[in-house]
Design a protein around this ligand. Sequence first.
Ligand SMILES: *Cc1c(COP(=O)(O)O)cnc(C)c1O
Length: 379
Amino acid sequence: MSYEFTQLDKDAAAPMPSADELAGTFELNKSDHERTEAEAAALLQDMGFGVKFSDYMAHATWTAEKGWHDKRIEPYGPLSLDPAGSVLHYGQEVFEGLKAYRHEDGSVWSFRPAYNAARLNKSNRRLAIPHLPHEDFVASIVDLVRADERYVPTGEGTSLYLRPFIFASEAFLGVRSAARFEYMVIASPSGAYFEHGFQPIRLWVEREYHRAGPGGMGDAKTGGNYASSLLPKVVAHDKGYDECLFLDAATNTNLDELGGMNVFVVMADGSVKTPKLTGNILPGGTRSSILQLLESQGVKATEETIAYDELVAGIEKGDVAEMFACGTAAVVTSIGSLTGEDFHIELEMGEVTKKVYKDLTDIQLGRAEDKFGWLYRLA
Ligand SMILES: *Cc1c(COP(=O)(O)O)cnc(C)c1O
């Protein structure tokens, strides 16, 4: 069986103007309090993940009369939001996550930004938020990264993490889709995602709570799904686990995902599986890329229903060799153990996990040929 492109893959393959053609769509409002060179350099010395931000942010506003307008790059800083702003009450919000990478020659690139643009609009549709043209999405990334280029770090595992998001800003307590929205992108220079580097994570198989259910928002990237995953994560952390592995809400038996990362299973025969997209699973760009990459290497990679009890039995019998999780922030993370109320099982970090990580990051960093046309030059 070969990988079938999703609608997002197809949308993302549409032609996109070059960064030079898009540049200037978001007009730069120069800041009078940019960091000095010394302050910016100090920030890059101690990045962490998602805690420090660049000098600028992209911003556009949508109203029914004007559509998306006032596209600008403005100084990074606190927003003024009416306390009745509807996102604060009903959570009408979507977001994205992608990275700008510095290549060895100094140029700056992003990985499949049109996939993020297409997915933002898939999320928009589910949350009754207006469509944002893909060109505007990519232009906002181009203009922000060009204004903040000195914050794109150099060094293994580092990048400028970009967080686009849209929220309902109309001041109105009635329950209906808002008449005003803000689109924004903020940028955070980031070191490696996991504090301890490439170390296997310990998963709690969550059978009490679900992050999403049939007909819900599981395949939209929206804060609401994260909100529902926080309590189970707190409980799992308190028990000593790094993340929850969520099961499908309909049967409570099949693997969904981690609530921020998709999951893959590597069989002892070298074939690879990932849960098929059911509507409750977020269609990860990393997931899509790994499936295409493995297939191009002649590895049998399939999307299927994976029951957790069969998975546990498979690990015990030795049919399952490795498991890993994947997403933009961490790229690929080895899964070191699975635990539930009545089982605990350990897994080795294997060669397939390491190879997938290396092959994907080599493309992202311009060290390997970009056969799929996934890279987009920003600056
Ligand atoms: C963003 C996200 C992922 C991973 O998607 P990528 O495009 O690979 O970063 C997986 N699950 C959820 C719930 C997410 O929000």
